[in-house]
Design a protein around this ligand. Structure first.
Ligand code: SIN
Length: 546
């Protein structure tokens, strides 16, 4: 048993029995990790480690698409402005401009690799709109299966390029070393090989000059999420345990419209893409009143934080006695089933015909705007450690990500870091042995953690709710122990607890409402809060600083 608020400093696991050497090891296999592998591979040995199968992360589930300025009637300045506006004062403008400038090239690159985007008049592709975008600039595939096409394209390219892919391998902790001039640096990563049930088969060390974290976000820290089961914040927790700073973790984007399938729904929920509203659908409450009228000039296509907060507010008023969902009216969209085939299938599976009936929807955890503090080239404060994609906080999303900027960011940032490491690798360093004892919390605690986060740290946050969540998490943390059986689920539970503590502490500290962090006791953004919070694990405790 451990002290109050204690956080494991390493994950408990059997002693390593093997080791391998490579130039670059990548954790995670979504758009960012695969793009990094592909860009580095021509000149480097690359090992890509993923805890499940290659396509088990969020990329494969993305519906809307990839934002990029391809239409000559649009402009890079428009895309920059929309991104900064959505980001609510916390974006890094230089990073945003780099992303927006490279986005069209990223789309053309994916097409060269074989991505089949839906056909249209501009550069051969169709463009749609989503919340917060002033123009049609979202490239999509298979109607609403854009992420699956990106995943398929990059999976094939990475395998053809000869990247060594290791599936069912869990990145536990960084292995640290020291450079000749005495600087702390990454020497590799400790990895557990898993069986199909998530049991540990063996543990080993992958020694590398560079470790790239591309493990995505942490939607599964919530009971209801659009994210698949693998998205448990592993890479962010691993970096924080190594003393690397994460930032903006309180800014969790709740997608306004996942398919509501009952008040006790938990785990991954079917997404109803914002592109459905982009094609004209509107939100109604149970009394038939429009939800977004008078709330924002862009009404149903307002930025996502605004729509999620308006829906949550309306649900709290329980019009016509309905307090846990609202409705999406998509009946006016022609050929809905052709434009949105997988959404149609999800609705039909739940007994709803979207062409004839209203779709019940509610907000759910969707995307993490913060992450490990990194540049758009993946560089972090720890030498040899790079972080890209949703796991990184590059300043591109600020306090609220603009829809469909994330797949684009994954490809742009992944390619940038891969290219940079092709040109020059950090020097390999000698390992410094660690005497820190590993600990885990039992996977059994996952549901208490998720329920606390959904109930008390959701779209609208109260100080009492945050305090309650903090107490529950402390109780769970007090159960961490070196003797819990190491399994994938226990590793994930421990990472989820680490992340949840950082989210709650950050949300308690940020006494304002901004972007996707909304507090009922401080309803407006404050100029004094136009800054970032930093989180890292220090001596087994979560430290949140300004
Ligand atoms: C959606 O299709 O609504 C999700 C797009 C995104 O999260 O970028």
């Amino acid at each position: 048993m451990s002290a109050n608020n204690h956080i494991p400093q390493q994950l408990a696991a059997p002693e390593p029995t093997w080791s391998v050497e490579t130039d670059i090891v990548i954790l995670g296999s979504g758009a960012a990790g695969l793009s990094a592998a592909l860009a580095a591979r021509p000149v480097r040995d690359v090992v890509l480690v993923t805890k499940d199968t290659l396509d088990a992360g969020s990329t494969n589930w993305a519906q809307g698409g990839l934002a990029a300025v391809l239409d000559p009637a649009d402009s890079l300045d428009n895309h920059v402005r929309d991104t900064l506006e959505a980001g609510a004062g916390l974006c890094n403008e230089e990073a945003v401009r780099t992303l927006v400038t490279e986005a069209p090239t990223a789309i053309r690159y994916l097409m060269q690799l074989g991505a089949a985007f839906d056909a249209g008049a501009i550069e051969g592709v169709a463009l749609t709109r989503e919340g917060g975008h002033s123009h049609r600039r979202i490239v999509h595939a298979g109607g609403d299966q854009s992420g699956a096409e990106v995943q398929r394209t990059l999976d094939e390219s990475v395998r053809l390029a000869g990247v060594q892919v290791v599936e069912r391998a869990f990145g536990l902790d960084l292995v640290l070393g020291e450079t000749a001039d005495g600087q702390r640096a990454v020497a590799g990563v400790k990895v557990a090989m898993l069986d199909r049930n998530g049991g540990v088969q063996s543990v080993g060390i992958v020694h590398a000059s560079a470790v790239i974290i591309a493990t995505g976000g942490y939607g599964q820290v919530y009971a209801s999420t659009s994210n698949p089961p693998a998205v448990t914040g592993d890479g962010i927790a691993l970096a924080m345990r190594a003393g690397v700073e994460a930032s903006d973790l309180e800014f969790i984007q709740f997608h306004p419209t996942v398919l509501w399938s009952g008040s006790d729904a938990h785990g991954q929920q079917a997404l109803i893409s914002e592109a459905v509203r982009g094609e004209g659908a509107i939100l109604l409450d149970a009394a038939g009143k429009r939800v977004m009228q008078g709330v924002h000039p862009q009404e149903d296509l307002a930025p996502r934080d605004v729509v999620a907060a308006a829906i949550s507010q309306r649900m709290s008023e329980a019009p016509a006695g309905v307090g846990d969902h609202v409705y999406l009216d998509a009946r006016g969209i022609e050929n809905f089933d052709e434009r949105f085939p997988s959404i149609t299938a999800s609705c039909i599976a739940n007994g709803i015909d979207p062409a004839q009936e209203l779709i019940p929807v509610a907000p759910a955890a969707h995307y993490v705007c913060g992450g490990v503090k990194a540049t758009l080239d993946g560089e972090t404060s720890l030498r040899g450690l790079y972080v890209v994609g949703e796991a990184a906080c590059t300043g591109v999303h600020g306090a609220n990500r603009l829809a469909s900027n994330s797949l684009t960011e994954g490809v742009v940032a992944g390619t940038r870091v891969g290219r940079a490491l092709s040109w020059a690798l950090p020097e390999k360093v000698d390992v410094i042995e660690s005497d820190v004892q590993g600990e885990l919390i039992d996977s059994y605690h996952r549901s208490a953690l998720r329920n606390a986060m959904s109930r008390y740290v959701g779209v609208l946050r109260t100080p009492q709710g945050l305090n309650t969540a903090s107490t529950i998490l402390s109780t769970l943390a007090a159960n961490s122990s070196p003797t819990v059986v190491p399994t994938r689920k226990a590793f994930e539970a421990t990472n989820m607890l680490t992340i949840a503590m950082a989210v709650v502490q950050s949300a308690q500290t940020r006494t304002e409402s901004r972007g996707c962090h909304r507090r009922t006791d401080f309803e407006e953004p404050l100029t004094s809060w136009q800054r970032h919070l930093l989180c890292r694990v220090v001596d087994g405790h979560m430290e949140v600083t300004q």
